[in-house]
Design a protein. Structure first.
Length: 319
């Protein structure tokens, strides 16, 4: 299903006006629908129109291919950001792209769809955006100074990107633990890191079939560790990868990748903010960096830190 959010384009011109796409599950409820026209003005984009392409979780491959073909074949469609469906778009439709960046190939995911003349380009922007968001709240010397670790709950696109960014970080954690409900996702992630040459002893891959098993990993992490919810639970689907009985490490950074939805993980962390001295971070800055990087890719722009802060301030006005 495609949902159109016509952000101030003249009604008579909507059939022929250029637009950007947003591939997700519940796109109409995203703040970007209000933010995009503000950013279009700041960046002097050729369109203020954003169109949502809603697909169900784990849609049929034919639906992903049809969506990519629509973007490719519509001369007014400038490109799109892909959220929940990043890995599925790659699996179903990677052959439709004329070029894919190295991370898209290595991690089998596409988060940015852009056009370069007649060529369709697919890129995975998450390693850049997740690193930018991490640096917004975590001190540059945090892991070297504290010996802290990272627990990434979820081995999908965002979890893969975070593990990749952390492995490349000058101030790397003592250990990165990544969880998933099934072994196949962890096997894929292990292969991604093997191909990249990530040291074997840096990452630990753990199947957690129940929230209680994930609780135990979180509770055992050293003080000051980063615990990230990269599962998608709490956004398009209710729930948390942890139970309400979880005990966060003292002084931990609890990072909820989502900024909207039921946000159970965020509420679990907030309940222990005082007692465990937690730093609780939601996904708002990740949202800002994720969208700004893809908009820059689609419209072939260079973003300075100052421009990103202007975009962030404009987004805050409609949060």
């Amino acid at each position: 299903m495609t949902t159109t959010a016509d952000t101030a384009a003249p009604a008579a011109d909507t059939a022929t006006a250029d637009y950007m796409g947003f591939v997700g599950v519940t796109t109409a409820s995203s703040s970007i629908m209000k933010v995009f026209p503000l950013w279009a003005d700041i960046l002097d984009l050729p369109t203020r129109r954003l169109v949502g392409h809603d697909l169900p979780m784990d849609a049929d491959p034919a639906q992903y291919r049809a969506m990519v073909e629509q973007i490719r074949d519509d001369p007014h469609h400038r490109g799109a950001l892909v959220t929940t469906h990043k890995m599925n778009v790659y699996a179903a439709a990677s052959d439709l792209f004329d070029e894919l960046d190295p991370f898209a190939v290595s991690c089998s995911e596409i988060s940015s769809i852009a056009k370069r003349g007649s060529r369709l380009s697919g890129r995975a922007k998450d390693p850049i955006t997740v690193d930018l968001a991490l640096n917004d709240f975590l001190p540059a010397d945090h892991f070297a100074r504290t010996g802290a670790e990272v627990v990434i709950l979820g081995a999908g696109g965002s979890g893969t990107a975070l593990s990749w960014a952390l492995a490349e970080r000058t101030d790397a954690p003592a250990r990165i633990t990544v969880t998933a409900r099934t072994q196949d996702k962890l096997d894929h992630l292990r292969e991604v890191h093997r191909q990249h040459g990530t040291p074997d002893d840096l990452l630990r891959y753990v199947v957690t079939e129940t929230p209680e098993e994930a609780d135990a990993l979180v509770a055992a992490a050293p003080a000051g560790s980063v615990v990230a919810n990269a599962t998608g639970l709490g956004k398009d689907r209710p729930g948390s990868p942890l139970s309400d009985a979880v005990v966060f490490p003292a002084g931990a950074y609890a990072w909820e990748f989502n900024y909207r939805g039921s946000l159970e993980f965020l509420h679990q962390a907030e309940a222990q903010r005082a007692s465990r001295d937690l730093h609780v971070v939601d996904g708002w800055r990740y949202f800002i960096h994720g969208w700004s990087q893809v908009v820059a890719d689609v419209f072939e722009l260079e973003l300075t830190p100052e421009t990103v802060e202007r975009l962030a301030a404009a987004a805050e006005s409609v949060r």
